[in-house]
Design a binder for this molecule. Structure first.
Ligand code: FES
Length: 185
């Protein structure tokens, strides 16, 4: 190809670069938007461990952090039941591993929906879904405790592993936990 022919095709370079950039963005969007919906819990039995007394969780969205099977976890009192939660009368409790399923940073309960919107970039689409979420400070993934820990936003696409809870007298105990995804051990 001579110089003139090459010059006539120069425009192919920016067009090709733009097309590959859009293709890359499309693949990325597809990857981060493909979330796994939690199903029935797949608990692995573990040592029974007392987590908290029921009165310590006096209101909805009360939380107690604890460690179980070597993993940081959080126990929440929820305003509604979800798959894997424990009902005690009219009250609902669920516990999750705090190890983010993206790359393993510890997630925290984010109570302020404005913080979720401005710091994490997530605003729940419906007013009824405006409630606390578990958020990861590393790359801003957001998990919904009322949907069994489902990853609803960000790079994580697997739900948080759930902890099996049992009531024993006036206390809540952890008796098992779902396996961690392979990428976060
Ligand atoms: S480690 Fe949690 S979003 Fe990346």
């Amino acid at each position: 190809m001579n110089r003139r022919a090459l010059l006539e095709k120069w425009w192919l370079i920016p067009v090709g670069l733009t097309a590959s950039a859009f293709a890359g963005m499309g693949l990325y969007a597809l990857r981060v938007s493909r979330k796994s919906v939690p199903g029935a819990p797949q608990f692995q039995a573990g040592t029974a461990q007392r987590v908290a007394a029921l009165p310590a969780l006096g209101t909805d969205w009360a939380e107690v952090e604890f460690s179980y099977a070597g993993r940081p976890c959080v126990l929440l009192r929820l305003p509604a039941a979800t798959l894997g939660s424990l009902d005690v009368g009219e009250q609902h409790y669920a516990a999750f591993s705090r190890v983010c399923t993206h790359l393993g940073c510890p997630v925290n309960l984010v109570r302020d929906t404005e913080v979720l919107a401005f710091s994490f970039g997530y605003r729940a689409p419906n007013p009824v879904d405006q409630h606390p979420y578990l958020g990861c400070p590393c790359h801003y993934s957001v998990f919904n405790p009322l949907a069994s820990g489902e990853a609803v936003f960000g790079k994580a696409h697997l739900p948080l592993p759930r902890v099996r809870l049992e009531r024993r007298g006036n206390d809540l105990w952890a008796t098992g936990i779902e396996p961690a995804p392979e990428n976060v051990g």
